[in-house]
Ligand binder design. Sequence first.
Ligand code: NDP
Ligand code: 8X3
Length: 252
Amino acid sequence: MTNNKTALITGATSGIGRATAHEFAKHGIKLILCGRRQERLDTIQSALSKQTDVITLNFDVRDKTEVFKAIESLPLSFKHIDILINNAGNAHGLEPIQEGNLDDWDAMMDINVKGLLYVSKAVIPQMTERQSGHIINIGSSAGREVYPKGNVYCASKHAVAAITDGMRIDLNPYDIKVSSINPGLVETEFSQVRFKGDAIADNVYKGYKALQPEDIADIIYFAITRPKHVNIADLLVFPSAQANSVTVKKNL
Ligand code: NDP
Ligand code: 8X3
């Protein structure tokens, strides 16, 4: 039963996070939707409020003060978080290491790694206290293998993989499930962000059918609805046309 549960989703304004919010709303899961673009949060909240209770939190996951303040500000009816979806993140740039941009490196490590840690730190104590909860970290196939020019993004997702394993071990005594879902190519705003709006982003999903954010949302919903004794610990999902990070069958 999920309809008496509350989920906090980071990066809910776009892509995988937004699709997950829609999927969860269909099943009556109460939603705490997080992101920085308030207009989008408002739009999603008004669409999903017909199906479930929704609240929005606007914070940058890089700012630990903002993270804790936002999560502490939740009203009583949203304070009990059963499911945490650590999804906020992006790649910034695709350059060989010798040409990498320091601001891009900071962004990826600060958002994908430290941001995930800050949000987790703000939510985990209530889960350990209740001895229940489910944390799903959105990793990536980039957390399994390194590809040319992927250097720091791949490092950030390898860190997510290690943190997820560490969480699963440390939270094991508390009956908290910890899962990692690792997608390959998903058609979202990811490439717009990686290539900073450059037209090259349009080519990333051309010539094959990429995963859609709804495909990942479906898998996340599957993961949170397994029986109490079953945990999807670590899942890798590619579009059928993709074999690894650099092998994609395209018809161009
Ligand atoms: P999108 O760009 O569509 O969504 C990224 C989300 O992250 C947005 O909602 C954005 O919200 C949020 N976000 C980014 N930076 C911050 C920040 N500093 N503070 C708070 N929120 C932030 O990309 P995806 O949906 O594809 O990405 C979601 C996750 O999936 C990421 O962790 C990504 O690494 C991972 N992933 C993506 C794949 C893909 O091919 N698309 C494949 C494998 C993994 P806002 O800007 O409003 O703050
Ligand atoms: C996103 C998929 O291949 O661009 O994590 O790294 S990829």
